[in-house]
Ligand binder design. Structure first.
Ligand code: SF4
Length: 503
């Protein structure tokens, strides 16, 4: 091989190695988290357990999903902050330095900041795959950052902003006086110089202010009023995060890591359609008359998917296979016993004989309850009721089938007719549902209807403080819909104190 070839090959090798180095070498750096806020510039490099990896990411995702749901439902920033605050306390607390004794960062603060830091980066990995996920992630992360920024202790916030080393320079008193007229002329709403302070930045950092001519320009520098600082920091946060997400998307994938990739895939799926876990205690409605003869009356509390199954069953005295499954799991989830469930189905299937019922249907109902068949783990427990995510994404209904989610699987005309038939007749609500559905935000449409149909009760429990905001978070499970509806309507009639929805 001649010398020039060898040189070319060497250069190529060097190039490949550099690229690999860019992504592969993690430089360990212990982070001591001096500030509560974080621009997430440095990836975490120390070890955490797989359980923490998953749990922390799920907790952050829960917060992000709620923030996104608030924005989809046009909540004001104040309403969003009031809604998110208790959830943040519960899932992702982040205390100020002043909350620690003597203002010294103690282990509790370090743990909170570590969880915040790691969970951000784990979700970055999960949501860097597509442009849509990257855009949504950057948007909700910025909203979360802004919520925290606005509630941060003033002094600590200043120290944090200074630590970012932005290329901003405060305008001195002399300069302010010297440029007074121009500064006042370019800053709407400010009449006197001592009402405002300014800082100087390269004009390219504030294109909107330049475009709207609301900033004084001189020698390539923009004189930005202090009140614009928050929006500039948010823009900077978003820009840096978007760039970082781009870079992550080009990094070698973790597809072959069989410990992390299932977790990351699950998180990605959950961001597309939030998932709601169900556990057996969710069925607990002390004193509620959940039995075979009451299902017709209880169906007023069902979400649209289950109302549709119930009315189809009543109309046809029959449901097809997937409909039976979806409905049986749901009924089991609301606390209907196996005996009552068998009675319910037997009475509902009016057109068949006992013999046919016993031969063709009974076994499957018992199986759903874990009374027969299944593996040892499931025996005695049966299967969990389907979440919205499962209903929305698996087994779309075919002709003659009634399972699925009407918000997703009905035409908009049929959906509107069904909503009107169930009493949802306010124009604004129907319009909002239509918009949600067009944007594929099916569970948001469902929550919109829930909130409208229960607006009186929700206001009451909020006003008298019976329920906390966390107990009114976005519904992502049909059984949570039922339970919350039942409790709201029967508040005061229930036995005992334990009548709140479970997380
Ligand atoms: Fe049912 Fe969920 Fe669809 Fe609401 S969003 S109708 S609860 S599947």
């Amino acid at each position: 091989m001649i010398k020039s070839d060898i040189q070319r090959l060497d250069a190529k090798r060097r190039h490949v190695n550099e690229r690999k180095k860019q992504f592969a070498v993690a430089v360990y750096k212990q982070q001591d988290y001096p500030h509560r806020l974080n621009f997430y510039e440095l990836p975490p490099t120390s070890e955490i357990s797989l359980e923490d990896f998953e749990q922390w990411a799920i907790h952050r995702l829960r917060i992000l999903a709620e923030i996104e749901a608030c924005s989809f439902r046009n909540k004001t920033p104040q309403e969003t902050a009031a809604h998110i605050e208790p959830l943040l306390k519960k899932y992702l607390p982040l205390s100020a330095n002043s909350a620690a004794a003597g203002g010294v960062i103690d282990q509790r603060l370090r743990d909170e900041r570590e969880k915040d830091h790691y969970s951000h980066f784990i979700l970055r990995l999960a949501f860097s795959g597509t442009e849509d996920l990257r855009r949504r992630f950057a948007r909700v992360e910025t909203m979360l950052f802004k919520l925290r920024y606005q509630t941060d202790d003033g002094r600590e916030r200043r120290a944090f902003v200074e630590s970012l080393n932005f290329d901003w320079e405060m305008v001195t008193g002399d300069e302010k006086r010297q440029l007074g007229e121009q500064l006042l002329a370019a800053t709407p709403g400010v009449k006197k110089l001592d009402e405002e302070n300014w800082f100087r930045v390269d004009w390219t950092l504030v294109p909107e202010l330049v475009e709207y001519r609301t900033v004084f320009l001189r020698r390539g520098q923009a004189y930005v009023p202090m009140r614009e600082q928050t929006s500039m920091i948010m823009t900077e946060f978003t820009n840096r995060l978007e760039k970082a997400l781009e870079l992550t998307s080009r990094a070698p994938r973790l597809d072959e890591d069989d410990r992390l990739s299932p977790i990351l895939n699950h998180l990605t799926k959950n961001f597309a359609t939030p998932d709601g876990a169900y556990n057996d205690s969710d069925a607990a409605l002390p004193g509620a008359p959940i039995n075979a003869s009451n299902i017709d009356s209880l169906s007023q509390h069902f979400p649209l998917c289950m109302k549709n199954l119930h009315s189809t069953l009543r109309q046809n005295s029959h449901l097809k296979h997937f409909g039976r499954l979806q409905y049986t799991f749901f009924l089991k989830g609301i606390g209907l016993s196996l005996e009552d469930c068998l009675i319910f189905w037997r009475h509902s299937f009016k057109l068949i004989t006992d013999d046919t019922f016993n031969k063709e249907y009974k076994y499957n109902i018992r199986h759903a309850y874990g009374d027969v068949g299944g593996d040892a783990n499931r025996r005695g427990r049966g299967y969990s009721p389907y979440s919205c995510q499962k209903i929305l994404t698996e087994h779309p209904p075919g002709p003659g089938e009634a399972h699925g989610c009407p918000y997703r699987h009905f035409s908009i005309d049929n959906l509107t007719s069904m909503l009107q038939a169930t009493g949802v007749n306010e124009r604004d609500v129907l319009k909002g549902v239509k918009e949600d559905v067009e944007k594929k935000r099916y569970h948001i449409a469902c929550n919109r209807v829930f909130e409208w149909t229960h607006k009186g009760e929700i206001k009451k429990v909020k006003d008298d403080g019976t329920w906390e905001a966390a107990e009114l978070d976005t519904i992502v499970h049909p059984n949570a819909y039922f339970k919350r509806s039942y409790l709201l309507r029967n508040l005061g009639k229930m036995a005992g104190d334990n009548v709140r929805t479970k997380e």
